[in-house]
Design a protein around this ligand. Structure first.
Ligand code: PBG
Ligand code: ZN
Length: 307
């Protein structure tokens, strides 16, 4: 009765990798798979049966090019995955990650100029096209993770112009340049081939700047704001939650997941207790929803414990 925060299955968001290839495990993330479009609905069924209401989709395309065209083609891997999921489970909320890095040959989240610099403004129409392609395929929410400045406004304008004013934007507002994304980049094949993401993702030392990034996205029309990674940035989450009245979403990222799984596999920690402690810590810090690779396990434990 006096407990202040609860982890709930209907506030968990389950990330899914949709591959153009065959279904296969992600070596660095035990328990996580890349799913073919044919196998995705089966995994979504498991989530739905556990009371999970939303999935976050990432694409793993067979081909990459300089401008990441696979991200915004109507028959790209993510639109196909969205259609497969929505055909089987129309009530599952489908959130589509919007970025170029899984689709570009250089692995950066934006277009790259001749001098190797990231072209912020030239990237915006490409992201907007991707958001529209996912909306057309049936996504409920688009989630830009690229960290280009001005992309929420560009995406909002493009969605509205195409008649998708009901599609919401869940912006990765405070996204830090983090080594915790390592396993994800293996899973998605999206590591940059040259340089790093520090010209567009945030410096881990900057908490006040995170609030500024959030307020900019709110002004541009974001409907949800994501803070990421979660565990090393709970102070940032708390500040964000007091700076905006929008729902704050914690992204419990791949490296955070893999560290817990590795320690648990060695018998060094109690997996269930550590996972639930991490998740409730994010709630305590002000997160409303949590994106986590532990979603199925956590939902199952909550059910077993009658919560
Ligand atoms: C792509 C993207 C990344 C993540 C979500 N979207 C990786 C990155 O920025 O390099 C990280 C997710 C995770 O580590 O679980 N822009
Ligand atoms: Zn990216």
């Amino acid at each position: 009765m006096v407990r202040e925060n609860h982890v709930r299955a209907d506030e968990l968001i389950y990330p899914l990798f949709a591959t153009e290839g065959k279904t296969e495990p992600v070596a660095q993330m035990p328990g996580i798979m890349r799913f073919s479009s044919a196998d995705l609905p089966g995994e979504v069924a498991k989530a739905a049966a556990l009371g999970i209401k939303a999935v976050l989709l990432f694409g793993v395309p067979a081909h990459k090019d300089e401008l990441g065209t696979g991200a915004y083609s109507d028959d790209g891997i993510v639109p196909r995955a969205i259609r497969a999921i929505k055909a089987a489970y129309p009530r599952m909320v489908v959130i589509a990650d919007v970025c170029l890095c899984e689709y570009t040959s250089h692995g950066h989240c934006g277009a790259v100029g001749e001098d190797g610099r990231i072209l912020n403004d030239a990237t915006l129409p490409l992201l907007a096209k991707a958001a529209v392609a996912y909306a057309k395929a049936g996504a409920d929410i688009v989630a830009p993770s690229d960290m280009m400045d001005g992309r929420v406004a560009a995406i909002r304008a493009a969605l509205d112009a195409e008649g998708f004013e009901d599609i919401a934007i869940m912006s990765y507002s405070a996204k830090f340049a983090s080594a915790y994304y390592g396993p994800f980049r293996e899973a998605a094949g999206s590591a940059p081939k040259h340089g790093d993401r520090r010209t567009y993702q945030m410096d881990p030392a900057n908490g006040r700047e995170a609030v500024r990034e959030v307020l900019a996205d709110v002004a541009e029309g974001a409907d949800f704001v994501i803070a990421k990674p979660a565990i090393a940035y709970l102070d940032v989450m708390k500040e964000i939650a007091s700076a905006t009245r929008l729902p704050v979403v914690a992204y419990n990222v791949s490296g955070e997941y893999s560290m817990v799984k590795a320690a648990a596999a060695n018998g060094w920690i109690d997996e269930k207790r550590v996972v639930m402690e991490n998740l409730v810590g994010m709630k305590r810090a002000g997160a409303k929803m949590i994106i986590t690779y532990h979603a199925l396990d956590a939902a199952r434990w909550l059910r077993e414990d009658g919560e």
